[in-house]
Design a protein around this ligand. Structure first.
Ligand code: ADP
Ligand code: MG
Length: 317
């Protein structure tokens, strides 16, 4: 399908996406998405990171056509969701947050049904290969109800890949699953990505996003509050500011402090930006004193994102 057209720069693009549940008045209104703009580069492993209730699943469910948006635009693989819903569906493999599958089919039967649903011709099917890659090779003919929770989740991933979509979306794929499955799942996902599949995953674990993703968008209360390369984001989380109020106002900074990231604020305070991992506050204070500045008062400030993460991690534990 994609051979005929040039590949899009962005696998998924959201523009001012809004969702209000219960807008028709029967139940209380809930603004789940408040104008989300997001560009997910083709070929990336992209993380949507945010606490429970942030709006991650709402976003995924709108993209995959399960939930109607209130307003805004969704573009998937170059197709507008409003105009080309079938093309959008064909470009996506989605693993929803909840496990839902018919307990009376075997994994192979589930795969074949799904392939039929997507209209994959018999000759182009490779169900066995996918099941094998996900460590379900010896369970192909077992009943789904005999599979463990982890195996069911892997089967959901396998089913999402039957039509070899260029984009795979995983909504909280490792919530409540064991370490071994996590490892196996990530290996498979990384392999798919190496072959060109764009991966989007949601999680409320910073470590997971950090380990897997090239780029991370942080979602909170239906808004994207940061969207950056993982390394840049982590560096920003580690960033702190030391605010020093000197006894006398300083006309110019002493030269020996030139190597620091330092500025003089309007109220005469010195603001030093530093990495908490690399620099100790004590050492900074000593340098400032040695440069002849007498300190009247001081304070430290964390990057704003840190607050978000403190609340996130406390919620997920
Ligand atoms: P996340 O996946 O990040 O945990 P969700 O997208 O599931 O967040 O939920 C975002 C917000 O929307 C939450 O406040 C949730 O309670 C609300 N919500 C989700 N689904 C519905 C629904 N079907 N009806 C009403 N409110 C909903
Ligand atoms: Mg969710």
């Amino acid at each position: 399908m994609n051979d005929q057209k040039t590949l899009p720069d962005f696998a998924i693009e959201l523009r001012d996406l809004k969702k209000t549940y219960g807008a028709k008045g029967k139940v209380e209104e809930k603004k789940a998405l408040r104008g989300v703009d997001l560009k997910i580069p083709r070929g990336s492993i992209f993380g949507l990171l945010g606490p429970n209730g942030a709006g991650k699943s709402t976003m995924i469910n709108i993209i995959s056509g399960l939930v109607n948006k209130t307003s805004g635009q969704v573009n998937v693989w170059g197709y507008d969701l409003d105009k080309k819903p079938r093309e959008v569906a064909a470009a996506l493999g989605v693993v929803p947050q909840e496990i839902n599958m018919d307990p009376f089919f075997t994994p192979r039967e589930s795969m074949e049904l799904m392939a039929g649903f997507y209209g994959v011709p018999e000759k182009e099917r490779h169900s066995d290969e996918i099941l094998e890659a996900l460590g379900l090779g010896d369970k192909k003919d077992a009943y789904v109800r005999q599979l463990s929770g982890g195996m069911k989740r892997r089967l959901m991933v396998a089913k999402a890949m039957v039509h070899t979509p260029p984009i795979l979306i995983l909504d909280e794929p490792t919530a409540g699953v064991d370490v071994e499955l996590r490892r196996q799942l990530w290996e498979y996902v990384k392999e798919l990505n190496a072959q060109g599949t764009t991966i989007v995953l949601t999680t409320h674990y910073l470590e997971e996003a950090q380990e897997m993703c090239d780029q991370i968008a942080i979602i909170n209360h239906g808004e994207v509050i940061a969207c950056e390369e993982t390394d840049t984001l982590l560096a920003r989380l580690d960033q702190k500011k030391l605010i020093v109020h000197p006894e006398q106002s300083i006309s110019s900074l002493p030269e020996e402090l030139n190597d620091l990231d330092i500025e003089v604020r309007n109220d005469d305070a010195l603001v030093v930006t530093f990495r908490a991992n690399e620099t100790r506050v004590m050492d900074l204070l000593n340098r400032i004193r040695e440069a002849g500045i007498r300190i009247r008062d001081l304070a430290t400030e964390e990057a704003d994102l840190e607050d978000v993460f403190v609340s996130m991690t406390s919620e997920s534990n």
